[in-house]
Design a protein around this ligand. Structure first.
Ligand code: CA
Length: 220
């Protein structure tokens, strides 16, 4: 991980706490340093303070995304300001945490982001005759374009990045929903149903399998 925080004492505390959890972190104290470090090293997650000397956290995210660095970014905001959060997410951050924060919550957020992996805007995903253009938010089976809601697209993307892999409801929740849904696993079943109604049933196929007691799997 990369921790970008100019308060040296806090940065060091975060690094030590992460290490105790088995997570290794480099520390940068300026946004400018974060730019070259994150470009040079494929970190799993960047934890980025908003208030930094020189270029601030928002500008750092903007430039990282501009440089095609797609590492998940967790922003640390000083205030519980809605504006800060919106600005952070708009500029390309993936999540935020309000200072002062609980280390347990930091670990949970960092792990969730690390598991989710980079938000690639790359080429089309393909599994059989099913294709998904992540950047353009369009799905097709063969030549037929399928209209999906944002959440359905996100869920389909999770499946299509892991064809043949059994994904538990919890895996799917973590990757396609926010933390707030953590205890509502039936939402996954509902959305898998919606997806089947759109990508499978009209075409007479069963690409999303139910694996009893384990979860779901997109046939490779
Ligand atoms: Ca700071």
């Amino acid at each position: 991980m990369l921790v970008v925080e100019d308060e040296v004492k806090l940065a060091s505390l975060i690094r030590t706490a992460l290490r105790e959890q088995g997570l290794l972190a480099d520390v940068a104290i300026k946004g400018e340093d974060a730019l070259w470090m994150a470009a040079a090293t494929p970190y799993d997650v960047v934890v980025l303070d908003v208030n930094l000397p020189g270029i601030d956290g928002f500008e750092t995210v903007r430039r990282l995304r501009g440089e095609e660095v797609q590492t998940p970014i967790l922003m640390l905001t000083a205030r519980d300001g809605v504006e800060d959060r919106i600005t952070g997410l708009d500029t390309g951050a993936d999540d935020y945490l309000v200072k002062p924060f609980d280390f347990g919550e930091l670990f949970a957020r960092v792990r969730a982001l690390a598991r989710r992996g980079p938000t690639e805007t790359g080429p089309e995903l393909r599994v059989g005759d099913l294709s998904l253009d992540v950047a353009r938010h369009t799905a097709r089976r063969g030549d037929v374009e399928i209209e999906l809601s944002t959440k359905e697209l996100q869920l389909l993307e999770v499946f299509m990045r892991r064809p043949g892999q059994v994904l538990s409801r919890y895996d799917l929740l973590e990757r396609a929903w926010d933390m707030e849904y953590e205890n509502r696993s039936n939402v996954v079943d509902v959305y898998v149903g919606y997806l089947r109604d759109k990508i499978d049933r009209p075409f007479g196929v069963e690409s999303i399998e139910t694996v009893r007691g384990a979860g779901y799997r997109l046939r490779a």
